[in-house]
Design a protein around this ligand. Structure first.
Ligand code: TYD
Length: 201
C-alpha cells in the first residue's frame, strides 16, 4: 500500500511518517520509508540545490521537484509496490500541486504536465494531510533554521495550506484531513485508524 504524508512545513509529517513506519514494522510488515525531495542519491542532490539559498525560478523549481520524483518512483516506489511492500513517503505529488501549482500560481494542470509519464496512475492509496493553523506551524519552525522555501513569508504558507484544503476537497476518497494540533501519539493513533490498522476510525 502506498501512503503519503502532506502538510505545511512544521505540521509534524516527518514524525508521523516515522511513527507509522515503526508501527508497521513492529507488526511484521515490510515497509519502504522515503521522502521528497530526496530518497535517492540524485534526489538528495536535487534537494540540496532546491533548499539552499540560491535563486530558483518557479518553473525551474517545479521541474526539479518533478525530476527528483521521477527518480524516486522508478528506483524506489514502483519496485517496492511490485514486491507487495508498504511505501510510506514524506511528501509526494500533492506537495508540488499545493506549493508550485496553487501557492506559486503555476496551475494544477501545468504541474501535472511536468510530471513524468512514469508517474502515470501512481497515486497514493491514502494521503494523510496534517492540518494546523499556520501561526502554530510558524512557532514550531521558529526553533529550527528555515530552508529557502520556508523563508518566503508574506502569506505564502497560508496559500499552501489553502491549496492543500482545495486538493482535499477535490480528492476526498484519497486525501484524509487530520488535526495536527493533536499530541503526536493521538495523531499517530488517528493515522492508523484511517489506514484500517485498528483503533479509531
Ligand atoms: P521538507 O524537507 O519536507 O520540509 P519539512 O521537513 O520542513 O516539511 O520539504 C522541503 C520543502 O520543499 C518544503 O518547504 C516543501 C517544499 N516542496 C515543494 O515546494 N514542492 C514539492 O514538490 C516538494 C516535494 C516539496
Amino acid at each position: 500500500m502506498f501512503v503519503t504524508f502532506e502538510g505545511i512545513d512544521g505540521s509534524g509529517k516527518s514524525t508521523q511518517a516515522r511513527l507509522l513506519v515503526e508501527h508497521l514494522r513492529a507488526t511484521g510488515s515490510e515497509v519502504v520509508s522515503t521522502r521528497e525531495p530526496g530518497g535517492t542519491p540524485l534526489g538528495e542532490g536535487i534537494r540540496q540545490l532546491l533548499l539552499a539559498g540560491d535563486r530558483v525560478g518557479n518553473w525551474a523549481e517545479a521541474a526539479l521537484f518533478a525530476a527528483a520524483r521521477a527518480q524516486l518512483v522508478e528506483d524506489i516506489v514502483r519496485p517496492a509496490l511490485a514486491r507487495g511492500e508498504w511505501v510510506v513517503c514524506d511528501r509526494f505529488i500533492d506537495s508540488s500541486l499545493a506549493y508550485q501549482g496553487l501557492a506559486r500560481g503555476l496551475g494544477l494542470e501545468a504541474v501535472l504536465r511536468l510530471s513524468p509519464p512514469s508517474l502515470d496512475g501512481l497515486w497514493p492509496a491514502r494521503t494523510l494531510l496534517l492540518e494546523l493553523p499556520s501561526r502554530v506551524a510558524a512557532a514550531r519552525l521558529a526553533e529550527t533554521s528555515p530552508d529557502r522555501i520556508e523563508r518566503v513569508g508574506g502569506g505564502f504558507i497560508e496559500s499552501v495550506a489553502a491549496g492543500y484544503a482545495q486538493l482535499a476537497e477535490r480528492h476526498p476518497e484519497r486525501i484524509v484531513r487530520l488535526d495536527a494540533t493533536l499530541p503526536a501519539d493521538e495523531l499517530a493513533a488517528a493515522v492508523r485508524g484511517k489506514l484500517g490498522l485498528g483503533e479509531r476510525t
